[in-house]
Design a binder for this molecule. Sequence first.
Ligand code: FMN
Length: 262
Amino acid sequence: MELREAIGRRRSIRFMRPYRPVEPEKIQRMLEAARLASHWGNVSTLRAVVVFRDTAPDDVREALTAPVAGFQIRAAPVTIVWYLDTDAIDEQSDRLRELLRAGALGVGENKEKALEEQLLPIFEGIQDLLKAPGLSEVDCGQGIAQATLVAFEQGLGTCCLSGPNMDEIRQRLGLPDACRVILLQTVGYPAESPDAGGQRPRLPFGDLFHMNGYGKPFPRSEEVVAELQRDNMIQEQAPAEWREAELEWLQKALDIKGAGLI
Ligand SMILES: Cc1cc2nc3c(=O)[nH]c(=O)nc-3n(C[C@H](O)[C@H](O)[C@H](O)COP(=O)(O)O)c2cc1C
């Protein structure tokens, strides 16, 4: 599948086939994609613990049971606990030196001296800021997004889950204090139809993006929109007319108690 179509077809999948395990090599491909994503200073703060529901020890599985979307975690054969390790930022100088040696950073004979005397002191001076929530979360998001597309490419569905108890999960999994759990991502074979009822709503393009200054909407070319529709990146809006019937069927098939929200 082409990248454009993959972006358009990807949906958050909340209803998984609970009986169908996910092959570890498919998860590995997701992790490989996450590892290749860009990161400021090349420090790679993104880490993960992958929990296979059927083989993980009880205490590890139970560490995941409290989030808001508990029913999704119970049904998913795999949950990836994505976390950010701020200790990686202690190594930022070495990562920048590696970048320079790799030919990614700097030009000319004096680049090593300039790195040591000019750039590294700047980074070292803002290390605490770089460890605070913000920039590194952006990088983790890029890695998770790449992993999500690779999951989708392999016929899997995923849903990102967050909640008020991320630090409790960190503690129960024994992750060091320097780590922050970013989110949990369920992974499995979708029980719902592949397009899961169509493109979920988004705010209007013109409300989101500006050109040459705040308040001047980026002009949206209808020609480009038509091209992306042809390429299946922009798809039919949800809900498809059969979606409520599908949800009713999923509720029965998966024996979901209540409204399926928590
Ligand atoms: C960082 C993040 C956290 C999310 N947390 C939850 C969550 O806790 N529970 C849930 O059901 N969906 C969660 N979602 C999924 C969003 O609700 C979903 O992206 C939105 O409904 C749009 O649907 P789509 O992803 O299919 O386009 C999360 C998504 C992201 C990116």
